[in-house]
Design a protein around this ligand. Structure first.
Ligand code: URA
Length: 216
């Protein structure tokens, strides 16, 4: 009998180097950028990142009538499900939903234990996944612990292909997420140098939740 070889998917990292994404990211990194402007820039950037991450969504032909004739035209097979990792993920959600208004939205609430940096879940509510494509959003991929825990939860609900969308990633987070979920591609605006001793991305932009909501 022929032996079956298991094919391990090769995870891909997509750095969106579009000049507008890079310019807006620089404005977000600036210490002096106030929350109001930060939120605006994050929404604008998430529109651009969503355009890239949805590039490979499945289409099927449908028969339509234009004012002049009938034709077969492409339409999305399904709107994807978007899952926001609370609370900073909500900063990306507005822009994502402007591009995919029909998406259904799930939330997973995770906080970082300050001592262990492990993700602790405090909330989870998902729409039916029904094999749909899922985009999990969180602005910062730092240790990868929250992203890994969120993806574990999503996978338990029977999704289709999963993509991870962030604004900034650390090499450590990319490696951890690829190791835990090799079938999940990552889209990011940039990969920074490293994590500092308390798990912040360097040079980064600080605490994304604080920058979005004006907390300290
Ligand atoms: N979460 C943040 O908000 N910022 C970081 O640098 C790392 C994790």
């Amino acid at each position: 009998m022929k032996e079956e070889t298991e094919i391990t998917p090769t995870p891909r990292l997509h750095v969106v180097d579009h000049p507008l994404v890079q310019h807006k990211l620089t404005q977000m990194r600036r210490e002096e950028t106030p929350s109001e402007r930060f939120r605006q820039l994050l929404t604008e950037t998430s529109l651009l990142l969503t355009y890239e991450i949805t590039r490979e969504l499945a289409l099927h032909p449908v028969e339509i009538r234009t004012p002049l004739t009938t034709m077969s035209a492409p339409e999305l097979v399904d709107d994807p499900v978007v899952v926001s990792i609370l609370r900073a993920g909500n900063g990306l959600l507005d822009g994502v939903l402007r591009v995919i208004p029909g998406a259904r939205v799930g939330f997973v609430g995770l906080y970082r234990d300050h001592d262990t940096l492990e993700a602790v879940e405090y909330y989870c509510k998902f729409p039916p996944m029904d094999g749909r494509a899922v985009i999990v959003v969180d602005p910062m991929l730092a240790t990868g612990n929250s992203a890994t825990a969120a993806l574990d939860r999503v996978k338990a609900d029977g999704p289709g292909a999963i993509r991870f969308l962030c604004l900034l990633a650390a090499p450590e987070g990319v490696a951890a997420l690829h190791a835990a979920h090799p079938d999940v591609d990552i889209w990011t605006g940039a990969v920074d140098e490293c994590l500092n001793e308390v798990g912040y991305i360097m040079p980064g932009l600080g605490d994304a939740g604080d920058r979005i909501y004006g907390t300290t």
